[in-house]
Design a protein around this ligand. Structure first.
Ligand code: GLC
Length: 555
C-alpha cells in the first residue's frame, strides 16, 4: 500500500450506456445490460467505471442534454437499477464515476421552461439571455456543432446562448443561484455513494464580461471569450470547497484546447484531480481545422506525450487516453486496422498502460473495435457531425456530403458509438431488437466471443497488461524518460524507480525496425509482449511490425 490517492493507481473503463448492452430489446443499451456484464468488466481488472450520462434527457446529444439531474432516464432504467448497479460494482471493489454536464442543461429542463416563460421569476436569470433584433444575434460566437451559438426564443422574445446544440442552452454561471443549484446536485449523488465525476466541457463555464465578438477566423469562433474564462477558477474552487473537499473521490475535468502550461492551475493544488486535454488527439486536424484531416508523424505524437509527462513529473498527474465517445477508434486512427489489427491495437495498449498517469479505456477498445463507413448523411446519428456538415452545405463550403465523406469516416463521433460487439449473433449480441445505430459490419469477426477463442487476443493482452501494471509500482509511478525522440517508427521510453527500470519498446510501423539501444541491457527480461519474444535483450533491438514489449532491468 502507498499513500497515493486511489485514482493514481487506477485503470478506468468508460461505458457509453446507450451502446454497451441492451437487456430489454428496445435497441438501446441500459443499466440492467451493464449489470448483466459486470463479470466481463471485473475480469478486465479495471478499478473504476465512468458512465456517460444516464440522467433524464430528450437525448438530442445522447444524454449530454440533461433535463433532470436527479432522475435516471427511463431508456436506461430506474433509480433502483442505478442503485443496484452501483452496489454490484462496489461489491467487486470497482468504483463508479458519472459524467456531470454543468455548462448547459437540456432546453427541456424545468429551469429552462421557467426561464423562457417567466423572465422575472426565480429562474429568469438561469441562462444567458440577450434581448435584441431577432435577425441579429448578440455576437458572432459559433456553436461547437456548427452555425451560430445563439437562438432566438419566440416565447421569451430574446436570444439564448448555446455553445453546443440548440437544445443545450448554456447555464448562467454568473448567477449565484445557478452555482448553488449545481452544487446541491453534485453533493446529492455523492451522498448516494458515487465515487467521482467526469466534468463535461467544464472549462467553458465562465464567459468574458459583455460577451464581445470573437476572432472571426478562430477555430471555434468566440473561444477566447469562453475557454478558460475570467471566473472559471473561482467557480471550480467553489465547487471543490463545497463538494469535493474531504471526499475520497476522483474529479476529472474535460477541458478542450487546454495547454500544458494552464493545466497546473486546475490539478495538483487546484480544484480537480485530473484533466482531459486533447492535444494528442487534435494533432491530425488539418489546415481547415477539425473537419479537415492531416497525417501525423510519430515524432509529433511522442513530443506531445513527452511534454505532458515531463510537466506532470513533480506535481499534478496525467490522464492517458486514445479513445472516448467523442473520438474515432484508435486502431483505425493510430494503428493499422486491416493488416495489423491485433499487433497495432496491443501496441497502442502498451503505450496507454506504459506511460505515467491514469489510463482510461473506452468500451470496445479492448477488443480492437474499428471505425466504420458512413455512406450517406442519413447513416449518421451524431448531432455534432450532422449539424457541422449541414452548416457547410448551407454556406456552400461543400456542395455534397460525398465531398466531406472521407473526413467524416475518419473523425465522426459515431465511429465509437456503434454497438459493443459481444458475439456473432443478431446485432453482435448487443440487442435482440433493432439497434439504435447500425452495428459495425465487421462484428462477425471482431467480438468478445471470438477474442475468447483466439490464442493471442487483444482482450487477453489488455487483461494481462492491466494486471501487470496494477501490481507494478514502477509502471504506476516510475519516472518517465523518452529515448530516441526523433525516431519515426519506434516509441521507446523508460520508467524508473531507484534501480528498478521498465523499458517500453514499441514499433508503431508496419515494417521491421532495428536499432542499437545502449539503454537496453543484455539480461533485460521481457515482462509482456505482443509477439513471442522471451529472450530478446539488448543492446541490439529488432521489432517486428507493431511489436511491443515491456522489459524489466536494473540500472
Ligand atoms: C463534451 C462531451 C460531448 C458532448 C459535449 C456537450 O465534449 O464529451 O459528447 O457533446 O461535451 O455536452
Amino acid at each position: 500500500m502507498t499513500d497515493r490517492p486511489w485514482w493514481q493507481e487506477a485503470v478506468v473503463y468508460q461505458i457509453y450506456p446507450r451502446s454497451f448492452n441492451d437487456s430489454d430489446g428496445d435497441g438501446i443499451g441500459d443499466l440492467r445490460g451493464i449489470i448483466d456484464q459486470v463479470e466481463y468488466i471485473e475480469a478486465l481488472g479495471i478499478d473504476a467505471v465512468w458512465l456517460s450520462p444516464i440522467y433524464r434527457s430528450p437525448q438530442y446529444d445522447n444524454g449530454y442534454d440533461v433535463a433532470d439531474y436527479r432522475a435516471i432516464d427511463p431508456l436506461f432504467g430506474s433509480m433502483d437499477t442505478f442503485d443496484e448497479l452501483q452496489e454490484t460494482l462496489h461489491d467487486r471493489d470497482i468504483r463508479l464515476i458519472m459524467d456531470m454536464v454543468v455548462n448547459h442543461s437540456s432546453s427541456e429542463h424545468a429551469w429552462f421552461e421557467a426561464s423562457r416563460t417567466d423572465p422575472d421569476g426565480p429562474f429568469g436569470d438561469f441562462y444567458v439571455w440577450r434581448e435584441g433584433d431577432p435577425d441579429q444575434p448578440p455576437n458572432n460566437w459559433e456553436s461547437a456543432f456548427g452555425g451560430p451559438a445563439w437562438t432566438y426564443d419566440d416565447i421569451r422574445g430574446a436570444w439564448y446562448l448555446h455553445l453546443f446544440d440548440v437544445h443545450q442552452p448554456d447555464l448562467n454561471w454568473e448567477n449565484p443561484e445557478v452555482r448553488s443549484a449545481i452544487i446541491e446536485v453534485m453533493g446529492w449523488w455523492f451522498e448516494k455513494g458515487l465515487d467521482g465525476y467526469r466534468m463535461d466541457a467544464v472549462n467553458l463555464l465562465s464567459k468574458s464580461e459583455g460577451l464581445p465578438d470573437g476572432d472571426p477566423n478562430g477555430e471555434w469562433v468566440g473561444q477566447e471569450h469562453f475557454i478558460n474564462g475570467p471566473r472559471l477558477l473561482e467557480f471550480l474552487r467553489m465547487m471543490s470547497d463545497e463538494v469535493f473537499e474531504g471526499t475520497d473521490t476522483m474529479i476529472v475535468g474535460e477541458m478542450p484546447q487546454l495547454d500544458v502550461a494552464e493545466a497546473h492551475a486546475f490539478i495538483g493544488d487546484g480544484p480537480f484531480d485530473l484533466v482531459f486535454p486533447f492535444e494528442h488527439v487534435d494533432l491530425d486536424f488539418g489546415p481547415g481545422g477539425r473537419w479537415d484531416v492531416r497525417p501525423i508523424e510519430l515524432s509529433e505524437l511522442k513530443a506531445v506525450f513527452d511534454k505532458w509527462q515531463r510537466a506532470m513529473a513533480d506535481s499534478g498527474w496525467n490522464t492517458l487516453f486514445f479513445e472516448n465517445h467523442d473520438q474515432p477508434r484508435s486502431v483505425s486512427r493510430f494503428g493499422d486496422a486491416t493488416r495489423y489489427r491485433y499487433e497495432s491495437a496491443t501496441a497502442l495498449a502498451t503505450i496507454l498502460l506504459g506511460l505515467r498517469g491514469t489510463p482510461f479505456i473506452y468500451q470496445g477498445q479492448e477488443i480492437g473495435m474499428t471505425n466504420r463507413t458512413f455512406p450517406s448523411l442519413q447513416s449518421v446519428h451524431d448531432v455534432d457531425t450532422i449539424r457541422n456538415v449541414q452548416a457547410k452545405l448551407d454556406t456552400g463550403e461543400i456542395s455534397s456530403y460525398e465531398e466531406i465523406r472521407p473526413v467524416i469516416e475518419h473523425r465522426s463521433r459515431d465511429n465509437s458509438r456503434t454497438p459493443f460487439q459481444w458475439d456473432d449473433s443478431h446485432a453482435a449480441g448487443f440487442t435482440t431488437g433493432d439497434p439504435w445505430i447500425a452495428v459495425n459490419p465487421n462484428y462477425p469477426e471482431i467480438n468478445v466471443a471470438s477474442e475468447e477463442e483466439r490464442d493471442a487476443s487483444i482482450l487477453d493482452y489488455y487483461r494481462e497488461l492491466i494486471a501487470l501494471r496494477s501490481a507494478d509500482q514502477t509502471l504506476i509511478d516510475g519516472q518517465y524518460e523518452l529515448l530516441a525522440p526523433a525516431h519515426e517508427a519506434l516509441y521507446l521510453f523508460t520508467r524508473t524507480t531507484g534501480t528498478d527500470q521498465r523499458l517500453v519498446a514499441i514499433n508503431l510501423s508496419g515494417e521491421m525496425e532495428t536499432i542499437v539501444l545502449e539503454q537496453l541491457q543484455e539480461d533485460a527480461e521481457v515482462l509482456i509482449g505482443n509477439y513471442d519474444a522471451s529472450a530478446a535483450g539488448g543492446p541490439e533491438l529488432s521489432l517486428a511490425p507493431y511489436e511491443a514489449r515491456i522489459y524489466r532491468q536494473s540500472v
